[in-house]
Design a protein around this ligand. Structure first.
Ligand SMILES: [Ca+2]
Length: 154
C-alpha cells in the first residue's frame, strides 16, 4: 500500500512538473513580462517547449499607424514556431506559423494606432531552437536572411 501511495505521489509530481509549460520561460512568458525589441532590428532568442520555455513575449513601440511586418526564422528545421501580433490592449491582430521544414515566415498586420504593440512567439512542436525575428513598419522586402552575412563589418 505504501509503495502504491509513493508511486501515485510520484506520478502526480511528475505530471505536475510537466503541466507547467512555462516553468523555465526566462521571465517573458506573459504579456506583462514582454521584453522590448527595437524596430527594424533582428533579435535572437531561443525557445524550448519540452523543457518549459514554450512562450516568449516581446514589445515594440510604433511611432506610426500603418502596417507592421514581422519576420521570423528558426534554426532547427523541425521546430514549429508561431508568431502573433497583439495591440497594446491585447487584441490579437494576426498570427502565422513557421512550419516544419520552412525557412523564414512573415506576417503583415494593419496597425490602427501608434504605441506599444506585442509579439508572442510560441513553440508548437519539435526540438528546442534558437530563432531570429524582426519587426518593421510597412511591407517588408525579402532582404538578406538573418545570419552572419547580415552583420555589419566592424
Ligand atoms: Ca520564454
Amino acid at each position: 500500500m505504501k509503495a502504491l501511495a509513493i508511486a501515485l505521489l510520484s506520478t502526480v509530481l511528475f505530471l505536475g512538473c510537466k503541466s507547467d509549460p512555462e516553468k523555465d520561460s526566462g521571465g517573458d512568458a506573459y504579456r506583462n513580462e514582454a521584453q522590448p525589441v527595437a524596430l527594424d532590428e533582428w533579435t535572437t532568442d531561443d525557445i524550448a517547449r519540452k523543457t518549459g520555455d514554450t512562450t516568449d513575449w516581446k514589445a515594440v513601440d510604433l511611432a506610426d499607424a500603418g502596417q507592421l511586418t514581422v519576420q521570423l526564422a528558426a534554426d532547427e528545421a523541425d521546430a514549429e514556431v508561431a508568431v502573433a501580433v497583439f495591440s497594446r490592449y491585447g487584441e490579437p491582430l494576426g498570427e502565422v506559423t513557421r512550419k516544419k521544414g520552412e525557412g523564414r515566415t512573415k506576417l503583415t498586420v494593419p496597425i490602427a494606432r501608434s504605441g506599444r504593440h506585442f509579439l508572442r512567439i510560441r513553440q508548437l512542436s519539435g526540438p528546442a531552437t534558437a530563432y531570429t525575428l524582426r519587426a518593421s513598419l510597412g511591407v517588408a522586402d525579402d532582404g538578406p536572411a538573418p545570419g552572419r552575412s547580415d552583420r555589419p563589418d566592424f
